[in-house]
Ligand binder design. Structure first.
Ligand SMILES: Cc1cc2nc3c(=O)[nH]c(=O)nc-3n(C[C@H](O)[C@H](O)[C@H](O)COP(=O)(O)O)c2cc1C
Length: 216
């Protein structure tokens, strides 16, 4: 769907999810993440870039598992995460829009839990590639976890935390030959409606991930 069509539908409040493609499993147990290997940091930094041409090929579950752990998984016995957050509020929830449905990544048990049994990918951004790429991540701040942070600082702190997660994804993509792009040009209210978010939750950013087009 073109950006113009999405903008028009969005303005009328009629940008809606598509039916799920395939089995919308209630939960998806992710295999244990690799946590080692990958390309050297400097090589990955040299390769990091935004790409907007994606193949439709799905990521294998093991790669999706590694991706989500790298993004914001638990990397320490005390529950610490791969991305920082102010006063360790861990206020960012990562949602994954797949053809089979939209899932919440529950880092504590490294599992995906279904939140919407429909294909939300086209809602996650105005650019047309988001519709067909195998997955779009959505970063949502939950301000209910930031009661200790002054109200005026909450959105900026949460945006920084989401940015750190996004950079983890960029580096993971560079290490694994994947394409990715972080996106702020998104219809936040359409996404919030489709995910069933509450008033404490705010959609901040989205990020598409997939194999580069012409490389698979
Ligand atoms: C906060 C933020 C929002 C962005 N929003 C979009 C977007 O909506 N669509 C898009 O195609 N790229 C988006 N980008 C990606 C930038 O366009 C990209 O990072 C920039 O052109 C530099 O290219 P590089 O990432 O390859 O270095 C965004 C980047 C950031 C940091």
């Amino acid at each position: 769907m073109s950006a113009l069509t999405k903008l028009a539908l969005g303005m009328m409040g009629r940008l809606r999810p598509s039916p799920a493609k395939g089995d919308s499993a209630h939960s998806i147990a992710l295999p244990p993440p690799a946590k080692e290997g990958g390309k050297p940091l400097y090589e990955v930094l040299a390769k990091r870039c935004s790409s907007r041409a994606f193949a439709q090929t799905a990521l294998p579950l093991s790669l999706l598992s590694d991706l989500l752990w790298a993004a914001d998984g638990i990397n320490r016995a005390d529950g610490g995460r791969t991305a920082p957050s102010a006063i360790d509020a861990q206020e960012i929830d990562v949602f994954v829009a797949l053809p089979t449905g939209a899932y919440h990544y529950v880092a504590a048990i490294h599992e995906l839990q279904l939140v919407a049994a429909s294909d939300l990918r086209k809602l996650t951004g105005y650019q047309d590639f988001v519709d067909e790429a195998p997955l779009d991540l959505v970063y949502v701040a939950d301000y209910a976890r930031m009661r200790m942070v002054p109200v005026a600082m909450r959105e900026s702190y949460a945006s920084v935390a989401a940015g750190a997660i996004a950079q983890n994804v960029y580096l993971f993509a560079a290490s694994n030959g994947l394409a990715t792009v972080l996106r702020a040009w998104i219809d936040r209210s359409a996404i919030a409606d489709a995910l069933g978010l509450n008033h404490d939750q705010q959609v901040l950013l989205s990020q598409t991930v997939g194999y580069p087009r012409n490389a698979t």
